[in-house]
Write a protein that binds this ligand. Structure first.
Ligand SMILES: [Zn+2]
Ligand SMILES: [Zn+2]
Length: 246
């Protein structure tokens, strides 16, 4: 098994009916990492991996649609599953919020605060981080494994570039890029349109583009068509439950 990406939830800002906010499971044969813990994704996660088999959680920023399952996970591990020391990698703001909600997440979580430019290994996955263009400290993540790679933009406006995460010039196999905004709303919020997501993926040498974080009620076909005006590789729109081989 190489590297697989499973979409646990992909709704932007809030979950639509039956949906979930941002959450992704990245797995190699021996390592499972949950990236972003948006509302609704803890339930979806457990369809694919037992909580006891999770190697780490990465949370990219403190906005509620990306982090609010973390305090629930802490209580699940502390009062249900009985696990201590799960690696949680996040910004300092996420750690502080979860500590405030739970009264202190240690020792259930073994917290590691990450900032832009950091790199670390989780099992056989190599992870590196770069700050995006978003109102709170937000980290895009690159994960490499066995010569394959994925970049997840998290939330960002158009002033961010993936160049810092594609250091070897070899491109990236899959870019999971937010595309929150309809074309006519470009610039209204610190997010990307489909067109801007395509531009970002093309500049990074992405071999595939998966659009995510669409607001409930968005038209995925239109968003995909907008991205195709600036990016000529394969484009799909994230659907909860789908798994992508990388
Ligand atoms: Zn978001
Ligand atoms: Zn955000």
């Amino acid at each position: 098994m190489g590297l697989t990406l499973t979409i646990l939830g992909c709704d932007g800002t809030y979950a639509g009916p039956g949906g979930a906010c941002s959450g992704y499971l990245l797995r190699s044969a021996t390592t499972s990492v949950w990236i972003d813990a948006g509302s609704g994704t803890l339930s979806a996660l457990q369809r694919h991996v037992a909580l006891a088999d999770l190697d780490a959680v990465i949370v990219t920023h403190v906005h509620p649609d990306h982090c609010l399952e973390l305090p629930v996970l802490r209580n699940a591990l502390r009062f249900g599953v009985g696990i201590e020391g799960l690696r949680v990698v996040s910004t300092a703001e996420v750690r502080d919020l979860v500590d405030q909600i739970t009264g202190g997440a240690a020792p259930t979580f073994g917290w590691e605060v990450a900032t832009s430019g950091d790199s670390l290994d989780i099992g056989d996955l190599h992870c590196s981080f770069a700050r995006t263009d978003h109102p709170v400290e937000t980290l895009a993540v690159r994960v490499g494994h066995g010569g394959r790679s994925l970049v997840y933009t998290s939330d960002t406006g158009p002033r961010f570039t993936l160049a810092g995460l594609v250091l070897d010039g070899g491109g990236v196999d899959l870019v999971l890029c937010e595309a929150t905004l309809a074309a006519e709303r470009e610039g209204d919020a610190p997010h990307l349109s489909g067109r801007q997501a395509g531009t970002m993926a093309a500049a990074a040498g992405a071999r595939r583009l998966v659009l995510t974080h669409l607001a409930p009620g968005s038209d995925p076909v239109a968003r995909q068509a907008e991205a195709a005006t600036t990016y000529d590789g394969p484009i799909t729109v994230a659907i909860a439950g789908d798994t992508h081989e990388i």
